[in-house]
Design a protein around this ligand. Structure first.
Ligand SMILES: [Ca+2]
Length: 351
């Protein structure tokens, strides 16, 4: 131990109080600098790709859906020197992303600006994915689509992150064959403004987001039998997908639902489209529950009877949510042995 103290980098010790006094301002300056960096790195780290060696520092979480990609820190092209992040497909088409966590964004609005360049990929995007408290995917949204950027282009996009999605990542995602570059990523967060009148308060009411299941509509309940929720890309009303609720293994009575909070005492208007299969009853209902899941109200919005032709039917209903309501649960229900489809659902505050 004594020998170490005799080296060139002699550490400070209490035996040298005069030097401790001299060191204090240095320590304060280092602490201040660390706190400033901590504040600046609040949301993401190394957005300008300045830090790193062969790969940019902090962009180290990689997801590969198919094929093979190379992640590199490219010092031959960048918007801000000395480097950018480059993804390159190897040995044919690939689907992949590099990601890093977004800190402290749940319940807030995230704004992302970035410079992107694409050479060959059929899709290049910055997307935010999020897991809820049970580590189930609850968010998967493109904030910037940069596919058309054949030269360096600056993009900006925003997304309101639901409060119940605490685990979010920002990903640079590519699909196809090519090279794509990312530089000068800046992420800021702000409080999500109150939704203006007429805003759809449902998440993914168009059922477009998701994979096997539409995001926001994965919660199912069955009073009898078994039901399953699926995202149907063959039968839909608007866009490219609808929610389909199936009875599984025989007749069932149940639903897929989504809960909306903060509506106590308010007038709401719920609209949407429903389609039956001619065998099972398809219906939509809205239940109002207090914080202890006691039902305070129920509104039947539409019932499509069994035997009705398989065509899309619209509903549109306005009602006042009971005082004391914690959650309004909009349920897309089936009763019988068959399927029902639901699409373009909207829940807005009514004047
Ligand atoms: Ca749709």
């Amino acid at each position: 131990m004594r020998k170490q103290h005799q080296g060139r980098h002699t550490p400070l010790s209490l035996a040298e109080p005069n030097r401790v006094a001299a060191f204090e301002p240095v320590l304060a300056a280092i602490t201040k600098d660390m706190l400033a960096r901590e504040a600046a790195w609040d949301v993401i780290i190394n957005g300008d790709m300045a830090a790193g060696g062969a790969r940019p520092f902090a962009w180290d979480h990689q997801w590969v859906g198919k094929g093979k990609v190379e992640v590199a820190r490219d010092t031959t092209t960048s918007v801000s020197a000395p480097a950018s992040l480059r993804l390159r497909s190897l040995d044919g088409p690939a689907q992949a992303s590099v990601e890093q966590p977004l800190r402290g964004v749940a319940g807030r609005t995230v704004t992302v600006t970035a410079q992107v360049r694409n050479a060959g990929f059929s899709s290049v995007a910055l997307r935010i994915t999020g897991l809820d408290g049970a580590y189930k995917q609850a968010l998967n949204q493109v904030v910037i689509d940069a596919t058309a950027a054949t030269a360096w282009t600056r993009f900006e996009g925003s997304l309101a992150i639901p409060a119940e999605v605490p685990n979010c990542r920002l990903g640079f995602a590519v699909d196809g064959s090519g090279s794509a570059w990312l530089d000068d990523v800046v992420v800021t967060v702000s409080d999500t403004p109150a939704a203006p009148a007429g805003t759809n308060l449902l998440r993914n009411g168009g059922m477009e987001d998701g994979d096997a299941q539409p995001i926001g509509w994965t919660s199912t309940w069955a009073g009898s039998g078994k039901v399953a929720a699926a995202r149907d890309t063959a039968v839909f009303h608007g866009g490219k997908a609808a929610l389909r609720v199936d009875s599984v293994g025989g007749a069932a009575k149940g639903n897929a639902s989504q809960a909306v909070e903060g509506l106590a005492g308010k007038r709401v208007r719920i609209t949407g489209w429903v389609r039956g299969d001619g065998k099972a009853v398809a219906s939509v209902g809205a239940g109002s529950f207090d914080a202890g899941w006691k039902q305070l109200g129920w509104e039947t919005l539409l019932v499509v009877p069994a035997g009705a032709p398989g065509e899309w039917t619209a509903f549109d209903k306005t009602f006042t949510v009971p005082a004391g309501t914690a959650k309004v649960c909009l349920g897309a229900a089936i009763d019988g042995d068959g399927k029902a489809w639901f699409d373009d659902l909207a829940l807005c505050e009514a004047p």
